[in-house]
Design a protein around this ligand. Sequence first.
Ligand code: MN
Length: 244
Amino acid sequence: MRKYQLIKVDTSAIFVSDTHLSEDSPSVIDKFNRFLETHANKHEFLFILGDLFEYWIGDDANQFESVVTTLQKLKTKIYFIPGNRDFLIGSDFLDKTNITILEDLTLIQLGNKKTVILHGDTLCIDDKEYQEFRTKVRSEDWKKEFLNQKIHTRLGICKDLRKKSYEAQKNKSELLMDVNEDEVKNLFKELNYPSLMIHGHTHRPKRHEYLLDNHTCERWVLNDWYDSGSYLIWNDGQLNSKIL
Ligand SMILES: [Mn+2]
């Protein structure tokens, strides 16, 4: 059985993912900073479920200083699950921003609802090529070798990987890149039917409902921030999606 994190949300929490913040899109960075100050700051918890940044090449690159400053000012308790773009976020960044990192796939308690949170890419098992790539870059050897490169070399590698991923996606079907529904159902079952699952990654915002062995389970998919900002809010015992 997986470890149960004792994160109990009694009052309110905000969930966000796939903001894909990039220095190339300063307006999205501004929007995210405003969202932190005016929305996230009012709530007890903020859960960032991966791909906060378009890419993260190492804490020593000192990227996104305005976001760091805004995060430092928040009264909200912040948790972070790394995504496929920002899994290299390290302890320097986390210490500086007072963010607590969580395992990809963590159980939390929203009111009386057991909830599983994850980035979401581990559910996309039909995309074998992607899963192989994921295993490779998450290995300690790959990470160590990458982080030992000079900053501009790392930037070059990231840009090259993004280009390759973009090219590869053009030849993949929408279905292949989405979650595998059997994998979703198996996960609900394995975790003894949590009421809720919240994830991002696929950029296909939707609330899905499953009836599994007489248990009703909901899967909420977060949206990306490419067009507009959005988030999920847990408040008054309910989960709702909001667009900024
Ligand atoms: Mn992702």
